[in-house]
Design a protein around this ligand. Structure first.
Ligand code: GRF
Length: 214
C-alpha cells in the first residue's frame, strides 16, 4: 500500500485534484486517493472522483451546522477510509482545532500567491490575483503549506515564483499560476511520500533524495 493514503477536501472544480490523480497514474506520486469530501454537492471535484471510481462524499453544512460536528463527520469518514494524509484542494471551510490536531503536520493546502502576502480570510480565487495586480507586484507565485488553526498561516513546504506580465488581467495571471499549482502540489506530496520532510519549528526542511542504488 502507498505510504500516503490521501483524503481530499475540496469545494470547487477540482483541477488540482485532477492533476494529483494524473501524477499518481504516471507513477510520479506514490499515493492513493482514499476518498474525496466536499461541502458543495455540485462541486466538480466530486464528479471527477466518481469518474475515477473514487469514493466521493458530500457532507452538508446544513446537516452539521456546528463546525466541530461537521469536522467530526469528516474525521469519521477519513477513519473509515484509512486516510493518513489530508489534501486541501480549494477547500473554502475553516478546519476545527480538533481536526488540525488529529492530522497535525499531515495536512497540506495550496495557495495561489506567495504567502504571507495575499493570504488570509477572503483571499481566495480571483480575489487573490486582483489584489496582486492592484498592488502592482512584478511576481506572484504558489505556496504549498502545512495547515494550522488559522487561514493560510502554516509554514510553507514549497514556494515557486510566477512572473506578472504588464498586460495581465486577474484571469490571465490566474491561468499562469494554476499551471504551476498543478505541478508543485504533487511535488510537495511526493516529498512526504518519500519521507524527506523534517519540521523544525516553523521551518520545513527537505532532505536530499535517496541515492539510486540500482
Ligand atoms: C486553486 O487556485 C488553489 O490554489 C486554491 O483554490 C483553487 C482551487 O482550484 N486553494 P481547483 O478546484 O483545484 O481547480
Amino acid at each position: 500500500m502507498s505510504r500516503l493514503q490521501l483524503g481530499v477536501l475540496a469545494s470547487g472544480r477540482g483541477s488540482n485534484f485532477q492533476a494529483i490523480l494524473q501524477h499518481i497514474q504516471q507513477g510520479k506520486l506514490d499515493a492513493s486517493v482514499q476518498v474525496v469530501v466536499s461541502n458543495k454537492s455540485s462541486a466538480g471535484v466530486l464528479e471527477i472522483a466518481r469518474n475515477h471510481g473514487i469514493a466521493a462524499i458530500f457532507v452538508s453544512a446544513k446537516q452539521y451546522p456546528d463546525q466541530e460536528q461537521y469536522d467530526q463527520q469528516i474525521l469519521s469518514i477519513f477513519e473509515q477510509y484509512q486516510v493518513n494524509f489530508v489534501v486541501l484542494a480549494g477547500y473554502l471551510k475553516m478546519l476545527s482545532p480538533k481536526f488540525v490536531q488529529t492530522y497535525r503536520n499531515r495536512i497540506l493546502n495550496i495557495h495561489p500567491a506567495l504567502l504571507p502576502s495575499f493570504g488570509g480570510k477572503g483571499m481566495y480565487g480571483i480575489h487573490v490575483h486582483e489584489a496582486v495586480l492592484n498592488y502592482g507586484c512584478k511576481v506572484s507565485g504558489v505556496t504549498v503549506h502545512l495547515v494550522d488553526e488559522n487561514y493560510d498561516t502554516g509554514p510553507p513546504v514549497l514556494q515557486r515564483c510566477v512572473p506578472v506580465e504588464d498586460d495581465d488581467t486577474p484571469e490571465t495571471l490566474a491561468a499562469r499560476v494554476l499551471k504551476v499549482e498543478h505541478e508543485i502540489y504533487s511535488e510537495a506530496l511526493q516529498l512526504f511520500a518519500q519521507d524527506r520532510i523534517e519540521i523544525v519549528g516553523r521551518r520545513v526542511k527537505i532532505r536530499p533524495a535517496p541515492k539510486n542504488t540500482d
